[in-house]
Design a protein around this ligand. Sequence first.
Ligand code: TYD
Length: 207
Amino acid sequence: MRGKLITLEGIDGSGKSTVVKRLQENPEIQALDPVFTREPTRGTLTGTAVEQAILSETDQLAELFLFTADHAEHLAKLVKPALGSGKTVISDRYSDSRYAYQGMTLKNRIKEPMKWVRGLHRGWTVVPDLTFLFDIEPDTAVERCGKRGEQTKFEKIEFLRGVQENFFRLAAEEPERFLVIDANRPQEAVEKEVVEKILGFLGNEQK
Ligand code: TYD
């Protein structure tokens, strides 16, 4: 049987990556023997290209294609083989990050950018079975994280507000796939809820 694909999404500073680290150390999650992964990927040609592109203020359309190339590589080398062998895959960011972030960076260049970026993935991506959306106040998120490029704090908050809105639009379109997590709470509470929901989801799927 094909394994399940679980993704975690949210704006920068939502605390998502910290929760992923804690999931990796959680005995109940470890018992499931999942494959932990992330986008952008690390230590790959495409992931390195993305990393350099972000640092060097690359053209935003070029950036989209680099992120998307990285997704193709991620799917081919890790996600599809793991799911094919029945493994649970847990990814820190995945396609929805592209829809939400590039839906924002391309908004002055492309008509209906989020729809357009989604269209670019159609036919070859693997849609997650469950997606956690970390919901956090953009002001709090910006306090928690470093800056992206040369943006001022205000620009950053405005940018993340737009990204967050896009994430919520995606969640509204597919309410059965998305689970919104209140990430304004202490880390332990967030972790506990995510663990419970993962165990519940996988338990129900096996019935
Ligand atoms: P990430 O490596 O998750 O951030 P961090 O360095 O905090 O771990 O992602 C790097 C940035 O790239 C982050 O601002 C989100 C953004 N991003 C996109 O714009 N599009 C994408 O498709 C992905 C996967 C990430």
